[in-house]
Write a protein that binds this ligand. Structure first.
Ligand SMILES: CC(C)(COP(=O)(O)OP(=O)(O)OC[C@H]1O[C@@H](n2cnc3c(N)ncnc32)[C@H](O)[C@@H]1OP(=O)(O)O)[C@@H](O)C(=O)NCCC(=O)NCCS
Length: 325
């Protein structure tokens, strides 16, 4: 059975930039507070026409072009998102429509900020079963559609964007080497987004006050560092690879303090940890593939390098994956 490897990467982000100075005019905050607490300087904010499926399709086209493939080569499209344009159809089906892809199947994965890792985990199993398959995996979000713009605790953190990879069979030892994936639904109340109010009056929530991101920041912070560090350790042990052998770690870009705490816990130098949270904020499922696409274009990865992804998000969900580039 051959491994699944990454054949191409892509990105799709809204044109509009919302800076910390813009936010100073919207809520009681400051560039200094946001920068020191989160490392974020600006984020992208979608406008009409830049819905999640549009950004996802942009990233998908970019990844297909990077892989030297066309839409007709695809066997499957998976989109990881918590901000799909519609409840039905899935965002992946809308991406299929935007791309004009036929003869493949498409579905969404909801695992919040860990969604891209979950989607890759599914895709790589399909490719192990049939290495001729080509699968588009996208992480895409318009978090701006689910943020309460009056709540300074959350509105400064999140951003919009999409990243994508095309996976296919490997002919050598490159590709997905090892992974560890987890969730703990018992802790969901620390980070969640309510659905819209039910149309069934019997099922309506009397306490409903909007479909917004709700977050207990400090608790999330502690769990995120601990859980990601543990998953990374487990993956490295499973693969028999030392932290020194890693060329690049691409963590979920939640905030710079989580990334730095994770880096020191793992004993890694700053050059080995990719950061672009300053430009995009927390783009949930999009953050790792967006960072990967930028790292790849910056020449940070060479064939044979070990790159490690780790993520943490609502659910809680978390995990780590080791890839030989
Ligand atoms: C959200 C986070 C940056 C807040 O930092 P913190 O040091 O924990 O701050 P606290 O929540 O304790 O709040 C401290 C004070 O800052 C205030 N504050 C919160 N957001 C603010 C903002 N944007 N601007 C100014 N002040 C703010 C709070 O109201 C609080 O004020 P108070 O003491 O008068 O009540 C931090 O907890 C964090 O990074 N958590 C992880 C979040 C995350 O990554 N979530 C996604 C995971 S996938």
């Amino acid at each position: 059975m051959s491994r699944a490897m990454i054949l191409g990467t892509g990105r799709g982000v809204p044109a509009g930039i919302l800076t910390n100075y813009d936010l100073e005019k919207m809520v009681d905050t400051s560039d200094e507070w946001i920068t020191t607490r989160t490392g974020i300087k600006e984020r992208r904010k979608a406008v009409a026409g830049e819905e999640t499926s549009y950004l996802a399709a942009e990233a998908g086209r970019d990844a297909l072009s990077d892989a030297g493939l066309g839409v007709d080569d695809l066997d499957m499209i998976i989109v990881a998102t918590v901000t799909a344009d519609m409840i039905m159809p899935s965002c992946a089906c809308l991406v299929q429509k935007h791309l004009g892809a036929h003869g493949c199947f498409a579905f969404d994965v909801n695992a919040a900020c860990s969604g891209f890792l979950y989607a890759c985990s599914i895709a790589e199993k399909y490719i192990r079963a049939d290495s001729s398959q080509k699968i588009l995996v996208v992480g895409a979000e318009t978090m701006s559609s689910r943020v309460d713009w009056q709540d300074r605790n959350t509105c400064v953190i999140f951003g919009d964007g999409a990243g994508a990879v095309v996976l296919g069979g490997s002919v050598d030892d490159r590709g997905f080497v090892a992974e560890k994936m987890y969730s703990d639904g018992g802790l969901y109340e620390l980070l969640y987004i309510d659905n819209a109010q039910s149309m069934n009056t019997d099922l309506q929530n009397p306490d409903y006050d909007g479909s917004y991101v709700r977050m207990a920041g400090r608790e999330v912070f502690k769990h995120a560092v601990r859980a990601m560090a543990q998953a990374v350790d487990e993956v490295l042990v499973k693969a028999g690879v030392s932290p020194e052998a890693l060329t690049l770690v691409i963590p979920h870009q939640a905030n710079i303090r989580i990334v730095n705490k994770l880096r020191t816990t793992l004993g890694l130098s700053s050059e080995k940890v990719y950061v672009n949270v300053d430009k995009y904020g927390n783009t949930s499922a999009a953050s790792i593939p967006l960072a990967l696409a930028e790292a790849s274009r910056e020449g940070r990865l060479q064939p044979g390098d070990y790159v490690l992804f780790c993520a943490f998000g609502g659910g809680f969900t978390w995990g780590a994956q080791l890839v030989r580039w």
